[in-house]
Design a protein around this ligand. Structure first.
Ligand SMILES: *Cc1c(COP(=O)(O)O)cnc(C)c1O
Length: 415
């Protein structure tokens, strides 16, 4: 269904870092490969999003909601014990303290304002772990909008609490029974629904993926993370940049927000952690940048885990939020250029790192964020290095996963 590139400039610029070409390309990746019926809808959004986002009215409403509703700025916290352990100066960017428990609300707040300004009345969203579904249902309650969430039937079973939260917030949760009945299938179903309701419906995409302009919209909404880092670092260390930025990467939105204002600054090293699952050679992995090949998924050309004949392969990881067989086109390009160092972190390493942060700093991270923490052990720092690590979300939702796998955290799991 996704065969029509809506632009011809896809190879115009190989140097595109954080901002895509007018047709949505980051080097060879990106674009808008959508079915004919969505062509107008996607083009209307491409024409509308920048003027709206840049308008003073939007900026004022967005900033005020981020401050008073989400609770921003999120703190930048100096992690003393972890700094000593890893021989660097480690600062944690605390997205886990946001309303609803993760960075995802930064994006849903922005997109619902965009939807309202475009006169849309019905919101749809896909969700895997349910975090984006909850963040979307939350802003729909706030703005009194009708909300339908598509979620793989397997995930509906696995993520019971988030399903109940969405329903409590007034959303309809539609279990998707095609394919593996997980996130990738939920995305496909959301696109199908959008095809049936192109006029009144706004699709709130949850990560830096999907057809242009979504990767750019989501990156811009999350860029508040690095915007805050600039003045927070200036205040704390007297310079506005770190030596390292570390984040986990599923579709790539918290990572995009973390690096947004630093990507063209060569003084800043960027290290991303993707989910290795049982290991990149095990056949049970979600490490798309390591294992993917070029293809098209959910409207964009990017790296995809696929069979030789182009069938999407199921992703595997203990972390529901990183369980996606694609990757945002911006990151596919930055990784290809060598601007991002990408590490595959296996399930057991993430569980261990989650326990470590819990015991050493009193912060239970989301299992997704624990992948970023695990990257620390794989890097060699100088004592003067300033390292900023984004804790994308809190671990309340993952307590059972941590408990069921405490054998993976030898010295901490003995309780
Ligand atoms: C969804 C999620 C992620 C992965 O999504 P990105 O778009 O890659 O940021 C990471 N951490 C948490 C806590 C999440 O909920």
């Amino acid at each position: 269904m996704e065969n029509t590139p809506t632009g011809t400039q896809q190879h115009a610029a190989d140097t595109q870092t954080i901002t895509p070409t007018p047709t949505g390309f980051y080097g060879p990746f990106g674009g808008a490969y959508v079915p004919e019926i969505l062509y107008k809808c996607v083009h209307d959004l491409q024409d509308a999003y920048l003027p709206i986002i840049r308008s003073e009215e939007f900026q004022r409403e967005y900033a005020s909601l981020l401050r008073d509703y989400v609770g921003r700025p999120s703190p930048l916290y100096y992690a003393r014990r972890m700094s000593e352990k890893y021989g660097c100066k480690l600062y944690l960017k605390r997205e886990d303290l946001n309303h609803t428990g993760a960075h995802k609300i930064n994006n849903t707040i922005g997109q619902i304002l965009l939807a309202k300004k475009m006169g849309k009345t019905r919101i749809i969203a896909e969700t895997g772990a349910g975090q984006h579904g909850v963040a979307t249902a939350t802003v729909c309650a706030l703005m009194d909008m009708k909300c339908e969430v598509f979620m793989g039937a397997t995930d509906v079973e696995r993520q019971h609490t988030n399903v109940e939260r969405m329903k409590m917030l007034g959303a309809t949760v539609n279990p998707v029974r095609t394919g593996n009945m997980t996130l990738s299938d939920a995305c496909s179903q959301a696109i199908r629904d959008w095809c049936c309701h192109p006029d009144d419906t706004f699709y709130i995409v949850g990560s830096t993926m999907g057809p242009h302009p979504y990767p750019d919209i989501v990156a811009k909404m999350q860029s508040v993370i690095s915007e805050e880092l600039k003045w927070q670092l200036e205040e704390k260390i007297g310079r506005d940049y770190p030596d390292y930025l570390i984040a986990c990467v599923g579709g790539g939105s918290n990572a995009a927000g973390t690096i947004y204002h630093y990507v063209d600054d060569p003084r800043v090293k960027i290290v991303l952690a993707e989910a290795g699952g049982c290991g990149i050679k095990s056949g049970h992995t979600a490490a798309t940048i390591h294992c993917g090949t070029e293809g098209i998924i959910h409207g964009a050309r990017t790296l995809v885990m696929q069979t030789d004949d182009g069938q999407i392969e199921e992703a595997f990881t203990i972390s529901a939020g990183l369980d996606y067989p694609g990757i945002g086109p911006m990151h596919a390009n930055l990784a290809k250029q060598g601007r991002e160092q990408v590490l595959a972190i296996n399930d057991d390493e993430a569980i261990y790192a989650g326990y470590e942060l819990t015991r050493m700093e009193g912060i239970i991270p989301a299992i997704e964020s624990a992948h970023a923490v695990a990257a620390l052990a794989k890097l060699k720092f100088k004592p003067t290095d300033v390292v900023v690590l984004t804790v994308s979300g809190r671990g309340d939702k993952d307590v059972n996963t941590y408990l069921n796998n405490k054998h993976m955290a030898r010295e901490y799991g003995n309780f």
